[in-house]
Structure formats: structure tokens, C-alpha cells
Design a protein around this ligand. Sequence first.
Ligand code: KIV
Length: 257
Amino acid sequence: MNKAIFNKVNFHKTVMLTAYDYPTAVLVARAGVDMILVGDSLANVVLGLDATTQIGMDEMMHHARAVCRGAGQVPVVADMPFEAYQPEGADAVRHARRLIEAGCAAVKVEWFAGIEAVIRLLRADGIEVMGHAGLTPQTAVDFKVQGRDAASAAAILEQARAMAAAGCFAVVLECVPEGLAREITGALKVPTIGIGAGKFCDGQVLVLHDMLGLNDRKVPRFVKKYADASGLILNAVRQYKEEVISGKFPAPEHTFH
Ligand code: KIV
């Protein structure tokens, strides 16, 4: 793990994106991101499932290995699938170790009551851990902005603090008001990485398929679409179909004589 990029003192904004396979990891790394996340959003955006809890260690290992092959020197963080540390952190160290042995630099865990003990166990085994607070999809009931009232804002601040105190090197803040993310960023000694948390976090992360426009499901308002990859793929495939039917493809230059 390149510690320099997690130094809050000399900090440039950390740029993190998800990737789930070899070719996207190669491209994301080549574009110069600081960290790649193999998120359990894999379930939704790649595997067509409804919830992140529907994937387990086998799926995560399969995709994490491919991403690590493509990531080169860029540190890869893998989400701990829900089943890998629930209930109550059972088997968390064994599962996290598998991800580290596959080439990941760290694992990410979502907040739930008691997660500090799991983080301490992982840290005692030398495993780097990233925390995740705010909207935590593995246990969320309401998929909406979190921390809008004073009590829940204070709870999220405490959760982020507790995860940092337990040894997380950074904390993802998902879907919280910008003011709260700013307060948490000021309060923590470790960097915050925002997603739907405004501009005052120490870094930003997005789901690759959402920002590329490669996701035909509704994306959250906080996503900026930087490309229309669906349109690009659709046009290419339609053109291929037309040319096969019309006989334009394969042309002489694609043919052995
Ligand atoms: O699974 C994921 O992609 C994530 C990001 C939303 C941070 O956890």
C-alpha cells in the first residue's frame, strides 16, 4: 500500500473508481487514478442482481483477481462481501486474507454496530482496512440521503470516528449532506473519500459503470455521466449487424486469401 497517498497532511484529492474486470482495471489504472475499488456494486452493475448482499466471496475473489492483474502499481481495495464478515465478524480475517493474497492492498468494510472489533482483528493480522459510513448498502433500509437530522448526523460522525480509531486508513462517506461530510473530514485524522457527499471530502469515488453511462438502471443524482458507453456499444453492435447482413463485413482486409 502506497502510504503517501493516504497522508492527510500532504494530501491531493484522492481519485478512486471502481473496476470489476481486467480491461477496465487496465484503463482506469492507465488514466491515473490513485486507487481502484472492487466494490460489491459488482452485484448490481455487472451481475444484474438486485442487492450487494447477493454476492459472496467466490464472486468477489473471481473479480478481484482479474482487477489485480490489470491494475499494475495502483492499489486495489476489495469490498468484503456481506457474508464474509457477518454475522458479527465471523471468519472475517480468513476471508480478508484471501483477498490480500489475491493481490489486493486493502479491504473495505461497511459500518454496523460492532464493526470496530472486526476492524481491530483485521488490523492485528496486518490487513489494511477502509471503512464505509453514511449510506451502507449491505444493511440499509432506506436508500436515501443519510444524516439529514441532527441525531443521525451525529451518529454518522461517531461511526466514522470509531472506524478511524479502530484502525481504518480512510473512510468512505456515501450519500450524506455536504456539510456533514465537511465536518467529518475536519474531525478525522484519516482521509475521507466521498460518493454523493459533496466536494469537501479528501477524495472522491464513483461506480465506473454509472459514470461511463454503462448502466441501464436509474443512477443516483450524485453521479456525473462522463460518457455514453451504452450508446457507443449499441451503435457499434448495430453497425456490425448491418454490415454482416449487407455483406460489407468481412471486407478483403479482414480475409485470408
Ligand atoms: O460497492 C461499491 O461500489 C462501493 C462504492 C459505492 C463506494 O462501495
